[in-house]
Ligand binder design. Sequence first.
Ligand code: AMP
Length: 185
Amino acid sequence: MTAVGSPADGAQADVAEIVRTHLRDIPDFPKPGVVFKDFTPLIADGPAMRTLVLDIARRYAGRVDVVVGIEARGFILGAAVAYELGLGMVPIRKAGKLPGQTLKESYALEYGHAEIEVHTDAFEPGQRVLVIDDVLATGGTAEATAALVERAGAEVTAIEVVLELSFLGGRERLGDRDVNAILTV
Ligand code: AMP
């Protein structure tokens, strides 16, 4: 297992290999032509998941005030990283799920259209936010999330994803934001 505080390059290479060997391709899900990158084998493996969470937490310790997890797989990773850092986690949810007053963003997906929301009072002004999700595809979800965080008065320090599908150009859409993918294909 990768230890906290081990050299960044080696740790990142180890973690990338863990991600590569624990992701599963599901062709034609949720619709024909899409290869779904299933990360349930990764979260089902305790030591692998722990290595991933500790790697992310180590890189952002002291640099962020709150973790944002994007529904739904971003909740799993985001909550674990927030716990490790001793920080709170704010959920970004699909429209209609959050009970309080919300801000909403609409955007196009690789396979459809979506609306996501955040509570208007989710952040303290100027809080530094780490956004976490499983996959960066077209970048629409991350872009809309960053817009929500900023409209709610906080700052996006970085966007961290387990896997980047570079052929979909999501990173370009996010401009000069700090985007880190553990594994890029
Ligand atoms: P996008 O907005 O296109 O970057 O899509 C990112 C969101 O959709 C993430 O929350 C992913 O969980 C999900 N997603 C998009 N494409 C895939 C894929 N090929 N495999 C798994 N999840 C995906």
